[in-house]
Design a protein around this ligand. Sequence first.
Ligand SMILES: [Zn+2]
Length: 217
Amino acid sequence: MNRRTVLGIVGVCGASALLRRAAGVPATGSDGSSDPPTVVAIVEYSDAGVRVGVNEVPKIVKTDAEWRRQLTSISYQVTRREGTERAFTGATWNGHDKGLYRCVCCNTALFGSDTKFESGTGWPSFWSPLDKQNIEERIDHTLGMVRTAVSCRRCDAHLGHLFEDGPKPTGLRYCMNSAAMRFVNGPTLGASTQASSRLDPAASEDAAYVNSRELWA
Ligand SMILES: [Zn+2]
């Protein structure tokens, strides 16, 4: 393949991507092609728990070998193999510090300490995610049960499961794995009035969550 051929292919791929973006059709890359990664809208938070805004970022796709190199054994098993850590063994099931729980694979902000509660299960449990836009929920039929699996929207890391026996105000229990998340201390700040005023109502599906941010401080 000569240089001109290579440039020609790059040009075609580039044009294809532009056309796809113009048409609003995401690239899947599922056929193993070199399509650009799918773009997802992720809500960014500072480590202090302040909502910064919504960023369009490429979905993170890595090979199995790359994930193995990046992650500890337990984090790999949980996030990339949909495993579950043993109850009462994770780093944060009994954590009470204020702060953020970020995806161990891609650092996306997932949960805040203000919605964490004592579930008695031995897994870190929350009654709401930081923002539903940052997670995916899907029906999971494994182990002979029908459950709702929860994953990171940006990198598809398996995080845990969602149950409907949680406390008020949502009645939900996000039963997560410590190994799927990285805890970041954020002891001083809740959402400021200024940050709240920047919230996009269309992007905020969970009004209870918005209110919860004000309880953090
Ligand atoms: Zn992630």
